[in-house]
Design a protein around this ligand. Structure first.
Ligand code: PMP
Length: 378
């Protein structure tokens, strides 16, 4: 018999399940790829900005060379935009990279990492990958983070608590935390605990919801704010994001990242996308309208949904714990890919990314057709 290889804590990890690719669903259900609507990965329905595509094509001439390991140009632009020096910025292979780098830089086996129930799936992954203990805190009544309970849990963990993840807005619930509550949480955090404020969907916040997280980074030496180019900037396939933190913390992340973790096409595209205000605004407005379209339809169908501040909505499609999986399968048959969220402890719900108006319509019609049949026979 061969000896088991691999660490126990790695064996214990449940692999990340992403949105199913269009090609895979087409093969499985015998559908034409062009007839499939994918609203499963919170991608930007506008695709990538043309400005970014052009910048990327220009950068393609230099692909024989390694990327700029320090991301000089992009950091310069971000530094100006954010009002922090370059050495406060870490570039990541997606903001996912920033989450993992932070976990690796501040915690190891035996330490505790805290996050909310129904929070983004990468938090437990990043925690378990380093052999640390994932401590999940019950959500509040509206499925959002219960920050006071999280703080209390951290205090009770004492020195073993090293890191806490907070998502605003959170995925998959779309829940939004009031800035006052976030700052109170950070200000009361024990000094040895690092807070990651994950703002992957920040650009979708309404003007009234906006707040100045950079001011908090300047004030609190144990805060990392992570942001993404995958959502509002439409660059999910290129994998690029960034973290903002004071230099002592940024230095740690930079020490352990791969030297060339962000490829040169991604760097060039991100610079162009940052300068493309029109694309950002168009995406924002499209998202607002799509949110209205989807949630009005849910109301007409008598479906419960959670108010969302992101580019997706969580909707309850039945009362039994098979409902999400069952309705998801029926949607797939009709060429609509959404995200079942049983792995988030939400088996009665589906997460639907907000798409183009016509994509939303197809999804609404399919959902209406499925749910109008008696449940269980759908
Ligand atoms: N944080 C949250 C809350 C997310 O939903 C996602 C993407 N699903 C990420 C971070 C990571 O995104 P990326 O690595 O593409 O920047």
């Amino acid at each position: 018999m061969t000896k088991k290889i691999g660490l126990d804590h790695v064996h214990a990890i449940a692999p990340y399940v992403g949105g199913r690719p269009i090609s895979e669903v087409a093969r499985e259900f015998g559908l034409d790829e062009s007839a499939i609507v994918k609203l499963a990965s919170n991608e930007n329905p506008l695709g990538m900005p043309t400005s970014a595509k052009e910048a990327m094509l220009r950068a393609a001439n230099d692909l024989g060379r390694y990327p700029d390991s320090n991301g000089f140009e992009l950091k310069r632009v971000l530094s100006k935009r954010l009002g922090v020096p370059e050495d406060w910025i870490t570039l990541g292979n997606g903001s996912n990279d920033i989450l993992e780098l932070t976990a690796r830089a501040v915690a190891h086996a035996g330490d505790a990492v805290v996050f909310s129930k129904h929070a983004f799936a990468v938090y437990p992954l990043a925690t378990q990958a380093i052999g640390a203990k994932a401590v999940e805190v019950a959500a509040d009544a509206s499925y959002g983070h219960d920050l006071p309970a999280m703080l209390q849990t951290i205090r009770s963990l004492g020195e073993t608590a090293k890191l806490v993840f907070v998502a605003n807005p959170n995925n998959p619930t779309g829940s939004y935390l009031q800035p006052k509550a976030i700052e109170a949480f950070i200000s009361e955090m024990p000094a040895h605990v690092v807070v990651v404020l994950d703002e992957a969907y920040n650009e979708y916040l309404s003007p009234e919801q906006r707040y100045d997280a950079i001011a908090w980074v300047k004030k609190y030496p144990n805060l990392v704010v992570s942001r993404s180019f995958s959502k509002a900037y439409g660059l999910a396939g290129l994998r690029i994001g960034y973290g903002i933190a004071q230099p002592h913390l940024t230095d740690l992340l930079n020490r352990i990242r791969q030297p060339f973790n962000v490829n040169s096409l991604a760097q060039a595209a991100a610079i162009a996308a940052l300068g493309d205000e029109a694309f950002l605004q168009q995406g924002y407005e499209l998202n607002r309208a799509g949110y209205q379209q989807l949630t009005q339809a849910f109301e007409q169908m008598g479906l419960t949904y959670l108010p969302s501040s992101g580019n997706f909505v969580l909707v309850k499609v039945g009362d039994d714990d098979e409902a999400g999986a069952r309705v998801n399968r029926e949607l797939l048959k009709r060429g609509v890919i959404v995200r079942p969220v049983g792995n988030y402890g939400l088996p009665q719900w589906l997460r639907i990314s907000i798409g183009l108006p016509e994509e939303n319509t197809i999804c609404i019609q399919a959902l209406g057709a499925i749910l109008s049949k008696p449940q269980g026979t759908a």
